[in-house]
Design a protein around this ligand. Structure first.
Ligand SMILES: Nc1ncnc2c1ncn2[C@@H]1O[C@H](COP(=O)(O)OP(=O)(O)OP(=O)(O)O)[C@@H](O)[C@H]1O
Ligand code: SF4
Ligand SMILES: [Mg+2]
Length: 350
């Protein structure tokens, strides 16, 4: 499906902050998150554990911890301001216009209800139609997500299905009300590798067929690189780089993105046999206010000034956005690698 970037975005988030009070002080989990998402688009949100990927999605669905305080310059979904919406109003949007798929299907499925009851319940809760219509749609969607003998499966309980089948059921539940947006939070992490690839390509296929927007959350840039239109890289509660997936992955600007890409052998053409790179150090504490770039203790390009000022948000001519004190030209030059040695001709010596 062609994405109309001239149209207003389906989701528009600017300056999203979220903090959670703890006994040690306020945990400033989101520190100004900005991103946009268009109808029919797949955005991959990538970052290390604890960077705020899940919380930022939970916040837009109103599923963040109740004690958290949330503020934003702008948070609209389909033209509607969702920041001021009450929890009941957000509940109406959830499942109906926005749906979420979590990492572990066993925790999102109710173990004491049959698959059929759970599919039908979603549809009925939003007043979409009769029970008979819900059952027909459930069968259609179970078949569509690749589950055979769908009618018989309706009477089964989650524990009677394999992990891969359970995640397909969760996807079918998410699709029951034909939502405009699906957020898939690490949807394949709990599954084995062969099933992971099948589930991801199924999600992409369904997204194109139903024309919905998809946010795919992952800690692994390699997993999402092939199906995302755009990528947003998250670090310590902010998006440090975002842009077209190909550009960001093949020519990363931000030093953190560069580090993430270098950690994935298959994203390093010609360098697969070189030692794997890791990002040294650990994610900083999110407690309390901070000054300067939070990546500075791990950054190979850090200067003294990185500790003193918050890095400015910069935009490239192609629309990529990154947060760093260095310019695009400096980062690009710094990341440009010396050419790999020419291949040795047959019979030659290395
Ligand atoms: N209910 C909560 N109470 C206190 N802190 C929380 C709560 N939920 C999340 N956090 C903290 O917020 C930060 C961001 O968490 P989040 O779950 O969004 O990370 P993530 O990027 O999704 O990580 P992962 O890849 O491990 O899922 C973490 O430091 C986490 O400990
Ligand atoms: S602002 Fe400084 S520390 Fe942060 S990414 Fe840029 S160079 Fe590194
Ligand atoms: Mg998470």
């Amino acid at each position: 499906m062609a994405i109309d970037y001239g149209a207003p975005p389906l989701l528009d988030i600017a300056g999203l902050h979220l903090s959670i009070p703890t006994s040690g002080g306020d945990l400033r989990v989101l520190r100004g998150v900005d991103y946009q998402l268009w109808q029919g688009e797949t955005l991959a949100v990538v970052g290390e554990s604890g960077s705020g990927k899940s919380v930022s999605s939970l916040a837009l669905m109103g599923l963040h911890p109740r004690r958290a305080s949330v503020s934003a310059e702008r948070m609209t979904f389909d033209g509607q301001n969702i920041l001021g919406l009450s929890r009941p109003a957000l509940r109406k949007l959830r499942g109906n216009q926005m749906a979420m798929i979590f990492q572990d299907p066993m925790t999102s499925l109710n173990p004491v209800l049959t698959i059929g009851e759970q599919l039908v319940e979603t549809y009925s809760a939003h007043g979409k139609g009769s029970r008979a219509q819900a059952t027909e749609r459930a069968i259609y969607l179970l078949e569509r997500v690749g589950i055979r003998n769908a009618r018989e499966r309706l009477g089964q309980y989650p524990h009677q299905l394999s992990g891969g089948l359970r995640q397909r059921v969760v996807i079918a539940i998410a699709l029951m009300c034909n939502p405009k947006l699906i957020i898939a939070d690490e949807p394949t992490t709990a599954l084995d590798v062969t099933v992971q690839a099948l589930i991801l390509s199924l999600l992409k296929e369904l997204q194109e067929e139903f024309g919905m927007a998809l946010i795919l959350i992952s800690h692994d840039i390699g997993v999402v690189s092939s199906i995302a239109d755009r990528v947003a890289i998250m670090y310590a509660g902010t998006i440090v780089e975002s842009g077209g997936a190909d550009e960001v992955i093949h020519e990363p600007l931000h030093p953190y993105t560069r580090g993430l890409v270098d950690c994935v052998p298959r994203l390093r053409p010609g360098r697969e046999r070189k030692p794997l790179v890791t990002i040294p150090g650990i994610v900083p504490s999110l407690l309390g206010p901070s000054r300067g770039c939070l990546f500075r203790n791990r950054c190979p390009k850090a200067l003294d000034t990185c500790a003193m000022t918050d890095p400015a948000v910069q935009r490239t001519a192609s629309g990529r956005v990154f947060r760093c004190i260095h310019s695009e030209a400096v980062l690009h030059a710094a990341h440009t690698r010396p050419a790999d040695p020419a291949p040795v001709a047959a019979g030659g010596r290395a």
